[in-house]
Structure formats: structure tokens, C-alpha cells
Design a protein around this ligand. Structure first.
Ligand code: ADE
Ligand code: ZN
Length: 319
């Protein structure tokens, strides 16, 4: 029985497995520049975040209809459930779809066709987090937030993703202020490839409650102390970090040192179709390669619920 856990860092577009990509390409008459799933998989040798993002955005061409988004989400939820995920806070990238002429309603309604029945069908509760692409303009992010108004009953929060370096959090100050005024929760990717200063800025300028990745906080002891003191959760993604070369090897991942420092770490899959595994696979990988004992693994699973946006009382959070 896999440990029950919450998944807090998961891009739904990053769950597009090669088999489903080809199925949707055929259904929608989209020509992919790969002969078959083998050739596509062979392209999954990434040098860094950008080399992954290029393929990630390219493959989204197959996602066109509500049914496509529904099928994508159902495939993820079935896999996640089989690996012990009981709750998933799911990112999506609206601008990557609207830029291709797929409107926001198609994306949200399509995802909702799966998420709305996820508890009954998969035993997984869900929330949606709408991410802004940080390599697009702040104006485009604000337009996206405006366009999302009709769907806000289905969206829990906002996030920030895509190419990090050169796109500091401060660029999105106004859109995060507007999101907060709408009652949305706030998270942001920071310190994946970008410097520790981006983590501090995400906290101070964007008011994020949780940091996605946050890996590079370890370069700044004062920041680590603050994250511990303020109990800011970090959503780490070990297999992603290896594939995108944020760490040299899994054995060199700082997760044990981060836990020893008292950081509220969680383990997640990021883009599991591209990085070699879902949430349970990430747990298995850190168990095997980092020598984490059962107590540490249970702590990680417990942290995932504490760090989630599920309702829980302050007493549990403080434990
Ligand atoms: N979009 C999808 N996966 C991402 C990641 N790991 N970092 C930034 N943006 C992303
Ligand atoms: Zn991510």
C-alpha cells in the first residue's frame, strides 16, 4: 500500500504521456514531428529547464477540445490514485493554450469534467491553480486573470512558472495583488534555476504562501532560517531536478539536509510524463537513493497534507 499523500506541484500539461499525445494528435488531425512514441521519448534528454519547456509547449498542440483536457486529467488522476495520492493541487498554464487559439473556457471546463468527479471516480480530491507564464508580460498575466473571472469558483489560486532566470517575481507584483484581492491563494516557482533572492522576493512582493521548488534556498542560511521560522512549505520535485540538471544526481539532492534544517518539505512530480515518474515514484526514488527511513517518508507524506490548501486547523499545522 503506497503512503497516502497530497500532490502539490503538478503541471497537468506535464502529465501528457507519449501514447496519449499520439492518440490526441490522431483525433485532432495534428501532425507531430516525431514518427512514433519511441522517437518522441528519445527527445526527453534535457539540458536544462528551457530545453524541456520547448518540448512541453510543442506537444500541447494536440490539446484542443474539452474532451482532450478531460482525458488528460482523468489519465493523471488514475495514475496518481494508484500511487497513493489522495489530494492534488493541479497547475495549468492558460496562456499556453489561449496563445494557440484554445480558449480558457475550453481548458477549465474540460479539466472540470474530470476534476468534478474525481473524488467519486478516483478517490482524489482536487484543486486548480492557474499559473502565469513568467516569460510573458505582466500585462498578459493581468489579462489572463481578468479572463478567468467567470471560472473563479473553480480556481483556488494562482502560480508562476516557465523560464525563471531573468523573470523575477517583482514583475508580477500587480497581478498578485489583484489575485489576492479576488481571494485567490498564491504560490510561485522560485529558486529552481533562479537565485535565492527570487524566493525572498516571491515571499515579500508576491505574498506567496508556499514556494514551488525553492531548492536554491540552501545557498542562503538566513533565508533557510526564515523559511523554517515562518513554516513556509517547499514543493520539491526530486526526479525533475535530476532531469533538468538542477542537481547532478539524485544521490546529491539536498532533501535530507533540507529536512535536517527543519524545512517543511514536500515531494512531488512536477511533469511526470517527462521526468520519469509520478508522486509515488518520486517517494520511491528518494527512499532508494537518499537513504531516507520510514519515519522521514511519513514526515514527507504528513507535510504534504499540512502544506496543502485543504482546510485544517492551526493546531495540526503547528505540530
Ligand atoms: N512548467 C512546467 N514545469 C515547469 C518547471 N519545472 N519549472 C518551471 N515551469 C514549468
Ligand atoms: Zn513546476
Amino acid at each position: 500500500m503506497p503512503l497516502p499523500k497530497a500532490e502539490l506541484h503538478l503541471h497537468i500539461e506535464g502529465t501528457l504521456e507519449p501514447e496519449l499525445a499520439f492518440e490526441l494528435a490522431a483525433r485532432n488531425g495534428v501532425k507531430l514531428p516525431y514518427a512514433d512514441t519511441g522517437e518522441l521519448r528519445a527527445a526527453y534528454a534535457f539540458q536544462d529547464l528551457q530545453s524541456f519547456l520547448n518540448l512541453y509547449y510543442e506537444l500541447m498542440a494536440v490539446l484542443r477540445t474539452e474532451r482532450d483536457f478531460e482525458d488528460l486529467a482523468n489519465a493523471y488522476l488514475a495514475r496518481a490514485a494508484a500511487q497513493g495520492v489522495r489530494h492534488a493541487e493541479i497547475f495549468f498554464d492558460p496562456q499556453a493554450h489561449t496563445a494557440r487559439g484554445v480558449d480558457l473556457g475550453t481548458v477549465v471546463e474540460g479539466l472540470w469534467r474530470a476534476l468534478g468527479h474525481s473524488e467519486q471516480n478516483h478517490g482524489v480530491s482536487t484543486q486548480l491553480i492557474m499559473c502565469f507564464l513568467r516569460d510573458e508580460s505582466a500585462e498578459s498575466a493581468m489579462e489572463t486573470l481578468e479572463a478567468a473571472r467567470p471560472y473563479l469558483d473553480r480556481i483556488t489560486g494562482v502560480g508562476l512558472d516557465s523560464a525563471e532566470v531573468g523573470h523575477p517575481p517583482v514583475k508580477f507584483r500587480e497581478v498578485y495583488e489583484a489575485a489576492a484581492a479576488l481571494g485567490l491563494r498564491r504560490v510561485a516557482h522560485a529558486g529552481e534555476e533562479g537565485p535565492p533572492e527570487y524566493i525572498t522576493e516571491a515571499l515579500d512582493v508576491l505574498g506567496v504562501e508556499r514556494v514551488d521548488h525553492g531548492l536554491r534556498c540552501m545557498e542562503d542560511p538566513a533565508l533557510v532560517e526564515r523559511l523554517v521560522r515562518e513554516r513556509i512549505p517547499l514543493t520539491l520535485c526530486p526526479l525533475s531536478n535530476v532531469r533538468l540538471r538542477a542537481v547532478d544526481t539524485l544521490e546529491a539532492h539536498p532533501l535530507p539536509a533540507m529536512l535536517d534544517a527543519g524545512l517543511l518539505c514536500t515531494v512531488n512530480s512536477d511533469d511526470p510524463a517527462y521526468f520519469g515518474g509520478y508522486a509515488g515514484d518520486n517517494f520511491d526514488a528518494v527512499r532508494a537513493s537518499l537513504g531516507l527511513g520510514e519515519e522521514r517518508l511519513r514526515e514527507l507524506a504528513r507535510n504534504s497534507f499540512l502544506a496543502s490548501f485543504l482546510e485544517h486547523d492551526e493546531e495540526r499545522r503547528a505540530r
